[in-house]
Design a protein around this ligand. Sequence first.
Ligand code: ISJ
Length: 171
Amino acid sequence: MLPAALHPDSLWRPLEQLVLPPIIRDWMADPDSLTRRLSRYGAFRVVPGFHAHAVPKADERQLLALPARQVALIREVTLMLDDTPVVAARSVLPVGSLTGANRSLGHMGSRSLGLELYKRPLCQRDQVWARRGSPDQDLPLCWGRQSRFIKRGAPLLVAEYFLPALWEKVG
Ligand SMILES: C=C(O[C@@H]1C=C(C(=O)O)C=C[C@H]1O)C(=O)O
């Protein structure tokens, strides 16, 4: 029987509404680049996965206030430390947010999105939600953070699931 706080939660809830273990809150509430913080713990690498235009999930569309059938660029990656997967990430980049100087956000490949977001002009991480869940059926239940970034006035969504191996490396 999982303690109540550990039940899978289908809803993204504002981070400040959740009671979290201190180390989890420390990482989930960190306003700075996750890439930069992870890089302090070992050899950091981004392994790209799914990367295509698609209609976002209903909760993603709601968090970005996107119309029902509007497509966005979906980028899924695994963040590795010393060749161990530590974060599963899924970003939703509205087509309208990838114009002008923001175009490079749509062509990151194995470079971290964070490197662009945390370059000048700095992004704002203006909303952060959290949930206990699994990014997909092959991965274990873990804490997830959904952030809305504003870069050059344009919104994008980055979900990061903190895999169990992360806490072994940073604990
Ligand atoms: C937002 C950041 O970028 C990271 C890099 C990602 C990518 O390359 O797709 C996805 C999740 C983020 O953890 C960050 O470093 O804080």
